[in-house]
Design a protein. Sequence first.
Length: 401
Amino acid sequence: MRPAALPPRFDPREPEVVENPYPTYARLRAAGPLCRSGAGSWAVTRHADVLRLQRDPRLGSQFPEHYHRLSAGDGAASAFFQRIMLYRDPPEHLRLRKLMGKAFSPAMVRRMRADIEAITDELLAPALDGGGLDVVPELAYPLPVRVICRLMGIPEESTDEVRRFAIDLGRAFAAIVPDEARAAADTAVGWLRERIGALLAERRRHPREDLISRLLAVEDAGEALTHSEIVDNTVFSFFAGFETTVHLITTGWAALLDHPAERARLLDRPGLAATAVEEFLRYDAPIQGTARYLNAPVEIEGRKLRAGRVLILLLGSANHDESVFDDPAALDIGRTPNPHVTFGGGAHLCLGAFLARMEGTIVFERLASRVREFSAAGPAHRQANTPFRAYATVPVALSPR
C-alpha cells in the first residue's frame, strides 16, 4: 500500500543548503530513504539506495526533449545537452563512451604523469617564492585545463577565458537554469563549439595521433555519429575533463584549511595524498546529485514511483550516511575503506575519475613535500549560482620547506 504521509521536501537552492547541505541531508536520511524535490521529482537520500539505483537499468539518463527545453531554454545549451553522452542511454551512450574513453583510459593517463607533475611544479613555484596563492585561478583551473588540452590534442587556451566560459556552461547543468544564466550558457556553448569545430577542420586537413583525429576517422568510416555529435561530445569531454578536478582541488585545500590537525597530518605524511583525495571527494563532493529519468516504475520502501518521473540520487547525502561512514562529519584523510559514490556508478561511472584522482594526488603530494605550513590568507568564498560545490576564491599563505 502507498504510504500515507508524504516525505519531507528538499530544495537545493535554500541558502542554508547552498552554504552547508550536510545537516539538511542528515535530517532527510533520518526521515526516510526518499524526499520530494521539484515538480514530479523525488530524491534518494541513503547510501545503499543510491548505490543500488546507480546500476538499475530502469533509470535512464536520456530525458525527453521538453525536459531540456524547460531546464535550459531553446538555445544552444539545450541542443548541446541532448547530444552529449551524459544524457544518452544505450546504445548511443555506449558508442560515445567507447570513443571518448580513449582519451581517459588509465594507460593514456599514466603516460601523462610526468607532464602533470611538471605543470603542478610550474604552477606552485611562484607561490613558494611569494609565500602564497589564490588556489582557484592560480592552480585549480590552469592545471586540469592544461592537462586535458594535452590529452585530447587541443591547443592550450588562455585559462582565464576558459574559466569564464566554463563557469557559464557549468551553471547550465542545474535542474532549472535561471533565466539570467541561459544566455551566458548559450554563449559558452557557442564559444567552445567554435574552437572545437575549427580544430576538427584543421585535423581533417592534417590528421595527427590524437583523440580529435580518431573521432574524425570514425565519422568518415560511416559510424552513426553526426558531425554535430562529434563536436558537442568533444566539447563535453573537454569540459568534463577538468571541471570536477577543479572543484576537487579547491574543496580539498579548503577542507585542510578548516582542519589544522588533518593539515598537519598530511604535511607530516605526504604519502597520505591518495587517501586524502578520496576523503575530499567524500567529505564535500563536487557534484552533490545526479538526475535520472524513470523509464519504468520503481518502488522504494513501499512507495511506488511512476515512469516518467525524475529521480535525484543525492550523492552528497549518501557520502555522509552514518550507517556506512563512521563520524561522517569529520574529515579523516586516512579513512579506509571509503566507499563514496562521488564518481557515480554503472554505465555512467565518471569517465575522468582516474585522471581526477591522479591530478588530485599529485597536487597534494607536491604540496605536502614542498610546504612546511600553510594557512588561510583571507576568507574563502563560494562560487554563486552553480550546481557544483565550488569556490570562487581560496587565498592561502604558505611557508616553503
